[in-house]
Design a protein around this ligand. Structure first.
Ligand code: ADP
Ligand code: MG
Length: 695
């Protein structure tokens, strides 16, 4: 039996531990930094460092690491031991404020998108006291931000913290208009994480899964997700054991893992924590992904976080539930019982509508990855077009304001199930819409376009910055008005009217929607290269520079990094395919053809009366397929060689999408066709049947 309260947060230097171990004055000073963003004094850092070290050593730690999130999207760590030789051949364990506050890793091997070409290779990590330190194995992990010698952010955390700060300022300013004196507003996030589990023995036999995280070949299994029997289905024992173990590991790290269930596709599952401060939620989501992988291995499985490990069944995403909360605990996205009279909520809703409409491109860009391209715009998960879903109630409120009509809040209707023993409850005023990329879900917005492997910092940097910008624009206008109440009402009405095109309550998967969206002038960027081309559009540069979230150098660098990463990812996939095709698939099919040929010849030798048409037909079909297969191999090989010579990042990414990726799909089609008629004794890889149903 797990004693959950006892293990929860036991590996975290959390508030309770700090309160217990820090002198009162130090604790108070640190809390001011954490809660109100005040600068931290080095004398305070010294005391904190010492207490942290004592705590970590008691728990068996020998090392510490500055833990950061470079632009690779995954986390980075370099361990240093606490030892300090004292001169007589012995050593003590030491850790000072200076080491806590600042680290100097060599930045030269992390992507910088050209920032380093112009500046120095030196990089700094700076302690982020707002995200608590924690222990994994025998190392104390200190969450840090990572920047270049000249202060450019080289990571995902720095801009995230900047965006949270500008949003807080803008939201506090907004609340002043409504007579509220609030010190801090925090953006909060609850990310739902999807993943696949496959048996490690099968995984180890597939180069594509090992090198790229997804299957590059593979014919569909006879059964997919068509029966809808996996979603919320009973958990298999092996999966349940894994999930139980996962929860324990997450709880120890103070991660509020709450919900777990089977997802739509076979072998697909989901885990969701209770929402928290965006910065911590981001660190936690990174830890969730890492813990998923580690725990799966302990159970003889591999966790796939790729957005589309298998063709033909659903891919994996992440739902980013976002809201804003004041330090007094007021959720600013909560409409209350009577939204039509909740002017503050409508004001904020108007800002969100305007922001999502004006910066739809940035939201799309923030979730762009080679893996996510398989989902967005590919008849699955949300489309690549950004739109907003408000639900019936809010939509009616917006409409009544735009059209100057009366509106009465309907109130919640009781749900009658027609059976007396079942409890009665009240229905929500709004149904759900699963296809919308940016959906209102009662007291938060759910941004659903994220890929399962993405670092959630990126989309939240965008959402926070966009919101800060819009709220500040609104404040600029209202603050100078003589009659503020009237100005606010007019502004809400005007914004709702001007930005109605972003609202879409229909089916986002339907064929009609892209046509309709185009009429409305909404962008539809189907691929990463197409989307990224707009990252440094002037309006976007202006947004980031004005709000001090990114300078122009950072934006251009991030664009180049993302484009380069895309081209490299496709290049690795193409090379892996070529290796599999030439070394495994071609010889396997050829051997099978030989066996069929031998069989036919043997039959003929025995007697002319024995029919050999079955073998001969198969030999002919497979031989023709092999000719076509080799042609496609040659084309892909040549395409890859050409791609390597392209210098310009945008041009290269475009080429990899238009030419290389297309050639890969053609090669795969021939192989998948051959797989369906080749003896399983000869097929060199575990099949979709085994991968999807083998756990
Ligand atoms: P569903 O799949 O039904 O959307 P889940 O329970 O799987 O819901 O996940 C919902 C997520 O939204 C959880 O992480 C939850 O904590 C989070 N959430 C709830 N309220 C808020 C809020 N105000 N701000 C941000 N996230 C929230
Ligand atoms: Mg869910």
């Amino acid at each position: 039996m797990v004693n959950v309260p006892e293990i929860f947060g036991s590996m975290v230097f959390n508030d309770a531990t700090m309160k217990e171990r820090l002198p009162k004055a130090t604790y108070k000073a640190l809390k001011k930094t954490i809660d109100l963003g005040e600068p931290l004094d080095i004398s305070v850092a010294n005391v904190v460092a010492n207490a942290m070290k004592d705590w970590a050593v008691e728990k068996g730690c020998t090392h510490y690491t500055h833990w950061f999130q470079p632009m690779t999207g995954v986390t980075a760590e370099k361990h240093d031991s606490f030892i300090d030789p004292v001169g007589d051949g012995t050593a003590i364990m030491e850790f000072g404020g200076k080491e806590l506050v600042k680290g100097e890793p060599d930045a030269s091997s992390f992507p910088s998108g050209g920032i380093r070409a112009t500046f120095e290779a030196r990089g700094y990590t700076a302690w982020d006291p707002t995200s608590p330190a924690f222990i994994r194995d025998t190392t104390l992990y200190i969450p840090t931000a990572f920047c270049s010698y000249t202060g450019e952010a080289l990571d995902k955390k720095t801009p995230l913290l900047r965006s949270m700060e500008v949003l807080s300022n803008a939201a506090c300013r907004t609340l002043k208009l409504f007579g509220k004196d609030v010190k801090k507003v925090t953006s909060t996030v609850g990310p739902e994480q999807e993943y696949f589990l496959v048996d490690k023995e099968y995984f180890d036999q597939r180069k594509d899964l090992i090198f790229t995280g997804r299957t590059l070949f593979g014919a569909a299994a006879p059964k997919g997700q068509e029966l809808d029997d996996h979603y919320f289905g009973a958990l298999k024992t092996r999966v349940k054991d894994f999930m139980a173990d996962l929860d324990v590991e997450l709880w120890k790290l103070g991660i509020t893992s709450k919900t777990r269930h089977n997802e739509v596709a076979p072998a697909q599952h989901e885990v969701a924590p209770i929402f928290g401060t965006t910065n911590i939620a981001t660190d936690h989501n990174q830890l969730v992904m890492e813990t998923l992988k580690k725990t799966a291995e302990k159970h003889g499985m591999v966790c796939l976080l790729h957005e589309k490990p298998f063709a033909g069944v659903n891919g994996s995403g992440k739902h980013n539930n976002w809201s804003m909360c004041t330090n007094d605990g007021e959720n600013l996205i909560s409409p209350g019982k009577n939204p039509i009279n909740n002017t503050q909520f409508l004001f904020i809703l108007a800002a969100i509508m305007k922001g999502v409409d004006e910066y739809a491109d940035l939201l799309r860009i923030s979730v762009a990855s080679a893996g996510n391209d398989h989902r967005l715009g590919a008849n699955e998960a949300p489309p690549a077009i950004v739109s907003m879903f408000l639900g019936d109630e809010l939509e009616a409120v917006v409409k009544s304001i735009v059209e100057d009509k009366d509106y009465a809040t309907p109130g919640k209707v009781p749900m009658h199930l027609g059976v007396d023993v079942l409890p009665e409850f009240k229905k929500d005023t709004t149904d759900r819409n699963r296809t919308s990329p940016f959906a209102f879900t009662g007291n938060r917005f759910e941004f659903r376009m994220l890929g399962s492997a993405v670092n959630i910092a990126c989309p939240n940097i965008m959402i926070n910055t966009i919101m800060a910008e819009e709220l500040n624009q609104f404040c600029d206008e209202i603050e100078k008005a003589d009659n503020k109440d009237k100005a606010i009402k007019e502004l809400i009405k005007k914004t709702f009217t001007d930005h109605q095109r972003i609202i879409f309550n229909g089916d986002g998967y339907s064929d009609e929607w892209p046509v309709e969206a185009e009429k409305r002038g909404l962008p539809n960027y189907r691929s990463l290269p197409e989307a990224l081309a707009h990252f440094d559009d002037q309006k976007n540069i202006d947004l980031f520079v004005k709000n001090n979230v990114h300078d122009e150098v950072e934006i251009k660098a991030r664009k180049v990094i993302t484009l380069e990463e895309y081209a490299k990812t496709i290049n690795i996939e193409a090379l892996t395919m070529l290796e599999m095709a030439k070394q495994d698939i071609l010889p396997a099919v050829s051997s099978y053809v030989k066996e069929l040929t031998d069989t036919a010849l043997a039959k003929k030798a025995l007697s002319d009366a024995i029919p050999t048409s079955v073998e001969e037909d198969l030999v002919t079909t497979l031989s023709n397929d092999l000719v076509s297969f080799v042609e496609k191999i040659d084309t892909l090989s040549e395409d890859v060689v050409k791609g390597n010579d392209i210098e310009d990042a945008q041009e290269k990414a475009n080429y990899y999408h238009d030419v290389v990726f297309a050639a890969m799909n053609e090669l795969r089609a021939v192989s998948d066709e051959m797989e369906t008629i080749t003896s399983s004794d000869y097929w060199p890889y575990p099949t979709y049947d085994e991968l999807l149903f083998g756990v």
